[in-house]
Design a protein around this ligand. Structure first.
Ligand code: ZN
Length: 256
């Protein structure tokens, strides 16, 4: 492990701590900055030494120092995920706009997926700034047009699918947050990424969603969050999309 990777991983763990604040407060419409971190159970302020990413959770054995309330496993898990993800990206990519894009994208997708799993929401306060950041980071890579078309195409495509679904079934099949998340992915990776993302997300969503429905014998809520599947497909494209397409093309070619 190079010092550069270690630095990225450490920064990831610190920013993972902020990600936990976003995941907890944004769906509750609480301010991000005020008040200071406090236990939601007893309301006591959390001291800095009880707020050290990863370590404090382990030392406190996952419980509040004052009232013994459980601190969800999500806290160390999110911190660890961002640390590992950022360390991996710093290993994969040289410093530059593509790495910056990967770090921001991974972070936003993790926060959005977690909020979607917990609440079924993909808040605008994350997806709109995400689109803007995606466009800026793409422009830095000389791909401004791809990104702008990506935003428009991503939103429009899901909008049309949702309209068609509504016409056919009389039900809303997809949340508007999904339109905006696909638009955000288009901003980061250009319109070229969208067919792959929609295909992989639909496929994995159908397989795992169906599996979940079977295992829970239909007790699972019928509206399965689609955000995590879009996030997974988006990351897959970011890491390996063009290689996967080339591999698939070669496969078709060899069978013909
Ligand atoms: Zn407490």
């Amino acid at each position: 492990m190079t010092p550069w990777m270690a630095l990225a991983a450490l920064a990831g763990v610190m920013f993972g701590s902020l990600a936990n604040v976003l995941i907890h407060r944004i769906p509750r419409r609480e301010s991000i900055a005020f008040p200071a971190s406090h236990c939601p159970s007893c309301g006591r302020d959390i001291r800095w030494y009880d707020n050290v990413p990863l370590l404090s959770w382990l030392l406190l054995k996952g419980r509040c120092r004052y009232c013994d309330a459980r601190i969800p496993l999500r806290y160390p898990l999110v911190e660890l995920s961002v640390g590992l993800g950022w360390g991996f990206l710093a290993w994969l990519l040289p410093p530059g706009p593509e790495l910056a894009s990967g770090l921001v994208l991974f972070y936003l997708l993790l926060v959005l997926s977690w909020i979607d799993l917990e609440t079924g929401l993909l808040p605008d306060v994350l997806t709109y700034p995400g689109m803007l950041l995606g466009i800026l980071l793409s422009a830095w890579q000389g791909r401004l047009l791809d990104a702008v078309v990506g935003v428009a195409a991503g939103y429009a495509f899901f909008w049309m699918v949702a309209m068609a679904f509504l016409r056919l079934t009389g039900r809303e099949g997809m949340g508007h947050g999904d339109f905006k998340l696909l638009a955000m992915l288009g901003a980061f990776m250009g319109w070229q990424a969208l067919p792959f993302i929609v295909f992989v997300a639909s496929l994995t969503g159908t397989v795992f969603g169906g599996l979940g429905l079977l295992l829970s014998r239909g007790k699972l809520r019928s509206e399965i969050p689609f955000g995590p599947y879009l996030a997974f497909a988006g990351l897959l494209w970011f890491l390996a999309g063009e290689n996967l397409l080339a591999w698939y093309a070669a496969l078709l070619h060899s069978e013909a």
